[in-house]
Design a protein around this ligand. Structure first.
Ligand code: SF4
Length: 464
């Protein structure tokens, strides 16, 4: 281990919730004097923030832990931490299969990381709680972006979707007090954040455990009043709880982006019932129509599982029909595979891989066509784009996102736009997964916010 302050490295698996938790772990470590290691192999503390949603998550984790053991054999002072959903679910297995791990903590006790690391000096420190001690957003953070922040508004989930392990590892839903969320967002904006993403397993049921004050729609309205906050996004709403009051708040609030992610999962009522999704195809379609009617130009995206146990060709056709009717801007499509610990894993009627693959190919082909058509409808129009930085594929271009969450690569006359700037971009070409464009002449916005950007960045000059 190198001399100097102790260092850390965090490897994050899974969803935005885990990314948010990793930012908090990094924040706590930095508050305790650690600095981020450039090379994970040199870190004093190596953290794996795990996910158990994906297939083979455990074999990937044990592969990584095996590699970490080889580093630790050479540097015995190094400590290995396993956190996140898989740790919450499989603490005993980790103890048994990887006894060289120093700290295991679950999804409910992120705040205990510094204490557990301290305790691990005297022997392995494993602690899994069944209820959350402190909301992750109340902990210090080391954000990966100066202009975007994740803000958790609730944790846990009261639903029981039969394919999902989340309720088992994240517990019952608990909402965070509205004033704490507003205060956090105010301080984020004062720190240069212009876009937030509100996080919850089911944001639309936010506040019910607080006696209904505030509910999600009121929370959106309260956050819309935060001066300097340009964009509010949220994920994920459950279609059964997505109601007219939220749609009205989305339509009213200038900072709430014109994008909704509405997970469909399946288009057949029979499959939706076995999944325990608590809505029918007709109710889902009503909600999609409601949002399109209230918010002009809104983008709708979704999640779809193909090949759920017992899915017939007719069931699958019903999914394709919903896709044709809603005309999603994008869809995250998944081939069903059983997750240990879920109800669906024990259902009869698991389908052969070849059948699932054929259906999956048909679905993705259809969705690609629709995504392209939806994106082509933006050609010739000008969109407000939040600059994320140089394009990874072509650094001579900039990359950003529209309010509808479409990725845009564009040529800007200014070589040094700062990340987090807002610009108007005219769209020239459309592809299924991104747009291409150029900075709109006469429509360029001045940068509306003052950002703590490192380096000499000029931002979007008025009229450039
Ligand atoms: S709503 Fe369903 S899919 Fe979403 S986290 Fe809860 S149980 Fe899982």
């Amino acid at each position: 281990m190198s001399a100097g302050p102790p260092t850390y490295s965090i490897r994050t698996f899974g969803c935005q919730m885990n990314e948010h938790d990793s930012e908090r772990m990094a924040g706590m470590l930095e508050a305790g004097g650690y600095t981020r290691s450039q090379d994970p192999e040199d870190a004093s503390v190596l953290v794996f923030n795990t996910c158990c949603i994906r297939e083979n998550a455990d074999s990937r984790l044990y592969g990584n832990l095996g590699h970490a053991k080889r580093i630790k054999d050479e540097r015995p002072g190094m400590r290995i931490v396993v956190g996140g959903c898989l740790a919450q679910k499989d603490r005993h297995a980790i103890q048994r299969r990887a006894p060289w791990v120093d700290v295991v903590l679950g999804t409910h006790n992120l705040a205990s990381l510094p204490r557990l690391l301290e305790e691990s000096q005297r022997g392995a420190a494993f602690e899994i709680l069944e209820q959350t001690e402190v909301f992750p957003s109340a902990l210090p953070a080391r954000r990966s972006s100066p202009w975007h922040a994740w803000v958790s508004i609730s944790i846990g989930c009261n639903n029981a979707c039969t394919f999902c392990i989340v309720p088992a590892v994240r517990g019952k839903e608990v909402s965070r007090r509205g004033h704490e969320i507003v205060e956090e967002v105010e301080s984020l904006v004062a720190d240069g954040v212009v876009e937030i993403t509100l996080l919850g397993q089911n944001v639309n049921s936010y506040g019910r455990d607080l006696g209904g004050t505030p509910l999600f729609a009121e929370l959106l309205r309260a956050l819309d009043k935060v001066d300097g906050l340009e964009r509010i996004r949220f994920t994920s709403p459950h279609p059964k709880d997505f109601r007219a009051d939220t749609v009205a708040a989305m339509a009213e609030c200038n900072s709430v982006c014109e994008h909704i992610h509405l997970p469909l999962q399946a288009g057949s009522d029979r499959v939706l019932k076995v999944m325990k999704r608590a809505y029918t195809r007709a109710r889902y379609l009503d909600k999609a129509r409601m949002v399109r009617a209230a918010i002009p130009g809104v983008a709708i995206t979704t999640d779809i599982i193909v090949g759920f146990p017992g899915e017939t060709e007719d069931d699958f056709d019903a999914t394709l029909e919903v896709v044709r009717e809603v005309r999603y801007d994008a869809a995250y499509t998944f081939q069903y595979s059983p997750r240990p610990g879920t109800v669906a894993a024990g259902l009869p009627g698991h389908l052969p891989k070849a059948v699932v693959q054929r259906r999956y190919d048909r679905l993705t082909e259809l969705q690609e066509e629709i995504s392209l058509e939806q994106n082509q409808a933006t050609v010739g129009r000008t969109h407000e784009v939040l600059v994320e930085g140089p394009s990874k594929k072509d650094p001579s271009k900039l990359t950003g996102r529209t309010r509808t969450n479409k990725l845009v690569h564009f040529h800007g006359d200014e070589p040094d736009f700062s990340d987090g700037s807002l610009c108007d971009v005219a769209v020239d070409r459309a592809h299924p997964h991104f747009l291409e464009g150029h900075l709109a002449r006469g429509g360029t916005r001045s940068r509306r916010v003052s950002l703590p950007v490192v380096g000499a960045a000029r931002g979007c000059a008025p009229g450039a």
